[in-house]
Design a protein around this ligand. Structure first.
Ligand SMILES: Nc1nc2c(ncn2[C@@H]2O[C@H](COP(=O)(O)OP(=O)(O)OP(=O)(O)O)[C@@H](O)[C@H]2O)c(=O)[nH]1
Length: 348
């Protein structure tokens, strides 16, 4: 029996890690290995997936659809070798970056001979954020491809969205993808059985562009055996970077700055994700911004083992320079520290 591989995709911040965390707790997901790929200098997802063991592999050398296709094949081969040594491996989930074009990933999974000898693509599960979905489909070609190539589409964040908007988004998705049922999951709650055992990917019945994308990918793979990064694959205006802070941060400063960023530059903020060491707190706090929405911060149970306690924030931005963001954050943090200091002095 071949080991099934599920590709979990969806635009930046759609809720992939949230869904994965829920899925991995289900008994039928025992023996699942997870391959996570992130866009940006500092991978955080491996810290946010609540089960970091040897079977969670971070592929963070770049975007899976560009530079690390070879890494995907290598990671799958390594997992297969470990399974031969007697480790349980019943399933693999590949979580792609939000900016991933699924075509090269599918092409790799469906054509690499070594991968095919052990694995079988089970299906493509695409998450679509009910709040940001329409704007994302308008502006990001990757998001359109992710939806069109799905075997199951899962609408997330319907709890934050107007029912009429959800219905309009569902209609648009049905047009982009006539074969994938559109399901819903709030905060990742969905029965695993609805996303597994999908029987493999086929272009049949889909919009004609899907076959074109896959054929183009096959040709591309053929010409460049080692598939170098193609800078035109992603919008050149989009860039990712990470900031690291050694000292604990004042929550007031960070929160005010996040609010300002969402209100004034929400269009430019594709994703902000951070793991913070806050003044006066023993446990780390995860922050998530997705376009105009800042989700409530979440306090995690513990610092991930073996991880230093510096705060890390990663950004994926469109047309917004790093210097502007960094200067803004530093100034809000400094003001909050000064205000706290003044408060302490006047209280003396
Ligand atoms: N209200 C609400 N929030 C959600 C839902 N699903 C996810 N979120 C929140 O959305 C934010 C982003 O979720 P993630 O699971 O990190 O998204 P992701 O797709 O893994 O993000 P990237 O890997 O950076 O692309 C987090 O703050 C989640 O708590 C949902 O159904 N409802």
């Amino acid at each position: 029996m071949k080991i099934p591989v599920t590709v979990l995709t969806g635009f930046l911040g759609a809720g992939k890690t949230t869904l994965l965390n829920r899925l991995l707790k289900a008994p039928e997901m025992a023996g699942t290995a997870v391959l996570i790929n992130e866009f940006g200098e500092i991978g955080l997802d491996h810290l946010l997936v609540e089960r970091l063991d040897e079977d969670t592999v971070l592929l963070n050398a770049g975007c899976l659809c560009c530079t690390v296709r070879g890494d995907l094949v290598r990671a799958l081969r390594d997992l297969a070798a470990r399974a031969q040594d007697g480790r349980v491996l019943t399933r693999v989930v590949v979580e792609t970056t939000g900016l991933a074009d699924p075509a090269p990933i599918l092409q790799t999974l469906m054509s690499d001979p070594v991968v095919l000898s052990v694995y079988a693509l089970d299906g493509v599960v695409t998450l679509v954020d009910a709040v940001a979905g329409q704007a994302t489909l308008d502006t990001q070609a990757e998001a359109v491809k992710q939806a069109a190539m799905a075997d199951r589409i899962v609408l997330t964040k319907t709890d934050l969205s107007d029912p009429a908007d959800v219905a309009a988004l569902e209609a648009r998705l049905a047009g982009l993808n006539p074969v994938a049922p559109v399901l819903r999951a709030v905060a990742g709650a969905i029965a695993p059985a609805t996303l597994l055992g999908l029987g493999g990917f086929t272009a049949e019945g889909r919009i004609p562009e899907v076959a074109t994308w896959l054929t183009a990918e096959a040709a591309r793979g053929h010409h460049h055996h080692h598939h170098h990064h193609d800078p035109n694959r992603h919008d050149a205006a989009i860039h990712a970077f990470g900031l690291v802070f050694d000292e604990p941060l004042p929550w007031q400063g960070v929160a005010t700055w996040l609010e300002m960023l969402a209100v004034t530059r929400g269009d430019s903020v594709l994703r902000v994700k951070g793991l913070l060491n806050l003044e006066g707190k023993d446990r780390p706090v995860a922050i998530h911004g997705v376009q105009h929405v800042f989700h409530p911060p979440a306090m995690l149970a513990t610092w991930p083992p073996g991880h230093d306690r510096r705060s890390r924030i990663t950004f994926v931005l469109r047309n917004l320079p790093r210097e502007v963001v960094e200067a803004g954050l530093v100034s809000f943090v400094t003001s909050a520290r000064e205000a706290a200091e003044t408060g302490r002095e006047s209280g003396r």
